[in-house]
Design a protein around this ligand. Sequence first.
Ligand SMILES: *Cc1c(COP(=O)(O)O)cnc(C)c1O
Length: 459
Amino acid sequence: MSTKKTESISSLLNDVARRAANYLDGLDARSVDVSPEAMRGLAAFDEALPDGPTDPAIVLAQLDKFGSPATVATAGPRFFGMVIGGTLPAALAANWLAGAWDQNAGLWVATPIGAKTEEVALRWLLDVLGLPASSGAAFVTGATMDKFTALAAARHAQLQRVGWDVESNGMFGAPPITVVVGEEAHPTLFRSLSLLGFGHQRVIRVPADDQGRIRVHSFPELSGPAIVCLQAGNVNTGAFDPVGEICAKAHKAGAWVHVDGAFGLWASAAPDRAHLTRGLAEADSWATDAHKWLNVPYDCGLAFVREPKSLQDALRLTAAYLPQGNLREPSQFTPELSRRARGVEVWAALRSLGRTGLAEMIERDCRHATRFAEGLRAAGYSILNDVVLNQVLVSFGSPEVTRRIVTAIQQDGTCWCGPTVWQGKTAMRISICSWATTDADVEKSLAAMLRVASHEIAR
Ligand SMILES: *Cc1c(COP(=O)(O)O)cnc(C)c1O
């Protein structure tokens, strides 16, 4: 590139670094929710497509001036809604460098570093998550696609058992597969199942207990091709299905057991939570989100499959028009060919945290959850779940009062939590999964919740 070109790129990137740092610095002082004024500022984007080019510095200035305030402060330390993690400094920096690289992560030849970081990140992930070391994996977008990917491998293997090649012959006329799910399965599971031709109604739903765990004694007898979908971390309560016990039953019948652990799988990295994750490694596939508790930037979902061959066979490209070598070709394990190099950020996050750093982050967030539950209970409010992980469900009274308080807490802006309905009861859900949340953030947020709640109740 010419010197002049490099100089202007350099000044643009320095400008963006300064703006991004200012943004992150400002998160502590600003409202977590978007202010009405910032919402009005979005009108700045309602303009016609420019006829000609604009200086990139001006484009960036507009985005920062009107865009930055119109973000919800999910990257900050006091966003507790919807199980959304933040971004670790090393992962953010790696994401920027990878952006400059603009690598196509589908192929070794197109990006040796993209493929290498995936390979190393995969090895480290299997280690910290306690999964079989020879498992295969796919780096995809999030929970819907990681389940889709793992369940495509499951569908392949279960139909192969009965002599049906589903990739060649499809689902029309295929031997039926029994699909078993828990009554409290996450809605995204049903979308993944329907994309694979299973249909979201055509499932056996096993009753769950008051924490959302599948009741083992209600688990059906299985025969023939079958896929069982379990949960490590119910999105409301954080509870884990009894994976080991169900694996023992399901495997006797030759069924495939998939574990959805969008956030809960990370508990495997924290020695203090080992009681929850016992038996997890017995399953055949697992899915998790790195953009949640590993705190890498959006988007990054992971699918792990015990038998890498099932994953490869399910997702193989029909024509070998791309270079094939002895190296691990990333695109042989994913539904996509071209995609961004997500392994770079996963590698950077794990490289910077190390085993103990990851364990401490998970454990710290769980401790924060316990503190929220204690503080709210001490003030007389009901905690609806056993707080075993990072999720807390609190009721402030009637459904109307609870909903009003959730809205008022969001408007107060100190922290952000969302409403939910758990087994018929309206609640506020507190989910802690950010590296950035400190004890002080928890105390500040708890104080705000209690202040807003008592004010609303007195109204
Ligand atoms: C968050 C969550 C999802 C949705 O995940 P995305 O990656 O955000 O789409 C699905 N299942 C469970 C259990 C979750 O916690």
